[in-house]
Design a protein around this ligand. Sequence first.
Ligand code: 5RP
Length: 262
Amino acid sequence: MAGHLSPIDTAKFVAAKRACDFVEDGMRVGLGTGSTAAWLVRCLGELVNRDGLRITGVPTSARTAELARQVGLKVVSLDEARWLDVTIDGADEFDPELNLIKGGGGALLQEKIVATASDRMIVIADRSKQVDTLGAFPLPAEVVPFGWQTTKALIEETLSSMDVLGESVSLRLNGDRPYVTDEGNHILDLHLRRIGNARQLALILNQIPGVVENGLFIDICDVVVIGHGDGRVEVRDINAGTREEDRIAFVDDDNLFSDLGD
Ligand code: 5RP
């Protein structure tokens, strides 16, 4: 392996590359958002341009759509595709049951809709995303701008009776202004430190009127591909109960590695 990629980028790249094995000719593929998913989009672009793979991509954010078009993928909306064969996306945390926290990149709403509309969801991640219990990463909740401070207060009140270690909630900012999602909403980050019952929390948060969706993905992910900085990958399939190890050999000096960035 040539030495241009950092260990963390190597880990993300090999996870993305291995996840491409789940993509077959003619498939409709949900394209995740974030730095790991960006590797996936690049790898798929290579398969399309080099090997003639025919796939249709449904992006989960405007920035993923832009990258997908740049690398030559055919892009359609979820309404055009209706149902997908597979979605491949990153995650901020995954636990042993493959429940997830997502939304660190602010795209959780489209990501959850697209993943749920797929026969299979595959998460690609480096090992730092693996946790025993969800919650160290702040849990994002997408909220409508109207009355967001009231929604925040209602979330804080709700958290006081939940099995979590922290209860503070912050508005995500972009510079000195509230962050705005692709759907025109805001993000509240819930600093919970440890989530005792993620399933219950996911259901209860969505009952608060101003909450559009939360970043807990429960029973949605089927497979996680964990990349390592030395080129190893682990593939865990929660339904089959299998765990495989592999190694991805590559030379990081071709086009795929130029112009890096999410
Ligand atoms: C975006 C997400 C991302 O998948 C998550 O934040 C992981 O991103 P990265 O691969 O850059 O670590 O949920 O909303």
